[in-house]
Ligand binder design. Sequence first.
Ligand code: 4FV
Length: 246
Amino acid sequence: MRVGVVTIFPDFVKVIKDYGVIAQAVENGLIDIEIFNLRDFTTDKHKVVDDYPYGGGPGMVMKPEPFFRFFEFYSQKYGKPYVLLTSPQGRRLTNNFAQELASKEHILIICGRYEGIDERVSHFVDEEVSIGDYVLTGGELPAMVVIDAVSRFVPGVVEEESVKNDSFYNDLLDHPHYTRPREIEGLKVPEVLVSGNHEEVELWRRKESLKKTMLKRPDLFIKHTFDELDKKALISLFRELMSNAQ
Ligand code: 4FV
């Protein structure tokens, strides 16, 4: 997968290539992440990328010309990417949206700063993406969040199984995880997890996911499509509740 990012703070973004699963994916050639400095597409001595807003008001707006020059250069060199602009007005990033973006094979993320970007740049934008209803000082962190979430859906980057067990993968929150030691400060690992009975482990994990989702994200629970294991888990949960109630 090819990922391009254009920003006035390339050093801030490029660290995403140096750590963890994504560094591994870049190393293995599964993802190619290229960061571009917007200032390299200015023509004046001071490499100016912002200007006062027409109509007045606070703050500055990013100029269109550097972006127009950048797109000219980028499309000639790499062809047509799926262009994303990170902004609070965008479509909310979800696991499903990230999976959708991973199937694009080539995305380019524009990072805004200041009050925003001249609206005429949206001529190049295929979709705006938001990571949440709050205002950040720049689009770089959202771009890195998008790259991280999308990378997990690029085949070979993380174990398929791990993605399948993700929270939100099937609209359920993830089950609890345990590792050694068996006991710490009197807190024990649930017996079923050391029973070696894989069926019982799978049922226990699904019960925990359903319980947590019902309590914390009933909106997701309502969206969830129930399979046979879900039904078995809910019956077992209900029986436990009924027996505790007696
Ligand atoms: C944002 C968000 C975000 C708005 C103006 C950058 C800032 C500044 N992007 N999800 N929330 N962007 O707050 O994606 O230019």
